[in-house]
Design a protein around this ligand. Structure first.
Ligand SMILES: Cc1cc2nc3c(=O)[nH]c(=O)nc-3n(C[C@H](O)[C@H](O)[C@H](O)COP(=O)(O)O)c2cc1C
Ligand SMILES: O=C(O)C(=O)c1ccccc1
Length: 406
């Protein structure tokens, strides 16, 4: 058994860890450490949060069998997606306003990801600008979330900045054409953007300041007056996203950038096929962690039909409900090339800043690598549906009928 150099070995040598090892323990520690309204913003979902619960429960309907008499030292979790190498098929999902979890927010997450060899997908709505994040972890690999602004010059400015700062792909936010019905936010009355949280990429943008009526972007963010902050928040509210984003826009985006285009939020096989035909470079099966549509099908149950429709034409990524290394293995066996985690890294950030996110990533890598070895694999590539067994029937996401496709 290979303990040397492992995270387990380090924890035992240290006589324990300040951070919890179970998903529930991590969530509870974050709940304890954060102001209630901040925790609720992060943990919450839409409506009665049935989809949030379904996302996690769906993994429990799959089991693995292990293979015996194998070389445990041979398992290697590393992989490459869209030309981006990663130490494991687990990425940090874009999550806005991480500053609610910890003041170092996405900068701490960038450093943790850099050290763990994981890819960070940076949200559009961060406290640090995309350039500051890139400078903070220069060896790290990251993609940029593209929340398509309702202003073409701002859209192109954000893309040019992401390209210049070395981001490796654009992840189009495809599932936020309306705000979700977030019951916890409504109950607490706390909406972070009203308090100018998460505007780092905007207040550093020349075009954004033109739109806000202030000429050019300020050199020094600390010198923003309260009036400027108010103007920024209301301008952001107006231009953050285009209400309509259509499949035909993929071609327009393609004409603006050389970066791979990834669409996040795909749940239906018919849409996946259409997006492949429209020329996207990868898809992310996701229901936004249950934050948008309550009662939506568990994201994991959408994965096999989407993977079948894509038929290997482009990589398929997955998020919503991934909590453990064995969850990662199940998602890969069901057709994902890699997964992303949302709340787990925010909880890690809440309880320990950079060290907390590192703990989450190292734990996932080690548990996943172990699961890879125990199921008899040396690498992610050989995982398939043959590695898992349905121990209860998945809910059926349905086969889309004629006329139900747009
Ligand atoms: C606090 C929070 C903020 C988020 N912000 C964004 C965002 O800015 N853009 C986006 O595409 N998804 C956002 N998401 C969704 C995540 O990218 C991801 O789809 C989701 O968290 C995955 O589910 P999980 O939390 O169960 O891992 C956010 C999620 C959370 C919890
Ligand atoms: O909180 C979210 O899930 C999210 O994606 C978001 C992003 C920007 C504005 C509002 C919500």
């Amino acid at each position: 058994m290979a303990y040397t150099g492992s995270y387990q070995a380090q924890v035992f040598a240290d006589g324990g860890s300040p951070f919890p090892f179970t998903p529930k323990g991590l969530e509870e520690a974050a709940r304890r450490d954060l102001p209630r309204r901040y925790f609720d913003y992060i943990a919450g979902g839409a409506g009665r949060e049935r989809t949030v619960a379904a996302n996690e429960a769906a993994f429990g309907r799959w089991g693995m069998t292990y293979r015996v008499l194998r070389d445990g030292a041979a398992a290697d979790a590393s992989t490459t997606v869209l030309g981006t190498p990663m130490s494991m098929p687990v990425m940090l999902a874009p999550a806005g306003v991480a500053e609610l979890a910890h003041p170092e927010a996405e900068v701490a997450a960038a450093r943790a990801a850099e050290r763990a060899g994981a890819v960070q997908v940076l949200s559009a709505v961060t406290s640090a600008s995309l350039e500051e994040v890139a400078r903070a972890a220069p060896q790290g690999r990251r993609w940029f979330q593209f929340a398509w602004p309702d202003d073409e010059k701002l859209a192109r400015s954000l893309i040019e900045r992401a390209e210049a700062a070395g981001y490796g792909a654009l992840v189009v936010m495809g599932d936020c054409h309306v705000a979700g019905w977030r019951t916890r936010e409504l109950s607490s009355g706390f909406f972070p953007f009203q308090h100018a949280h998460g505007l780092g990429n905007y207040i550093s943008d020349r075009r954004f300041w033109e739109l806000a009526g202030f000429g050019s972007a300020p050199e020094d963010r600390d010198r923003l007056t309260p009036e400027m902050i108010e103007a920024a928040a209301s301008t952001w509210n107006r231009v953050f996203t285009r209400p309509a984003l259509l499949p035909a826009d993929v071609a327009l985006l393609r004409s603006w950038t050389r970066l791979p285009i990834v669409v996040k939020g795909v749940c239906r096989p018919d849409e996946a096929a259409r997006l492949c035909a429209a020329g996207v470079d990868a898809l992310i099966v996701s229901n936004h962690g249950g934050r948008q549509l309550d009662g939506g099908v568990a994201a994991l149950d959408c994965l096999p039909p989407v993977a079948t429709a894509v038929a290997g034409r482009v990589p398929v990524l997955f998020d919503s409900g991934v909590r453990t290394g064995t969850d990662v293995l199940i998602a890969l066996a069901l057709g994902a090339d890699a997964v992303m985690i949302g709340r787990p890294w925010l909880y890690g950030l809440a309880v320990g800043g950079q060290a907390g996110v590192e703990h989450v990533l190292r734990s996932l890598r080690e548990e996943f690598t172990g699961a890879l070895a125990l199921t008899g694999h040396r690498s992610c590539a050989s995982l398939s549906a043959a590695d898992i067994v349905a121990v209860a029937p998945p809910t059926d996401p349905g086969t889309p009928g004629k006329g139900a496709t747009s």
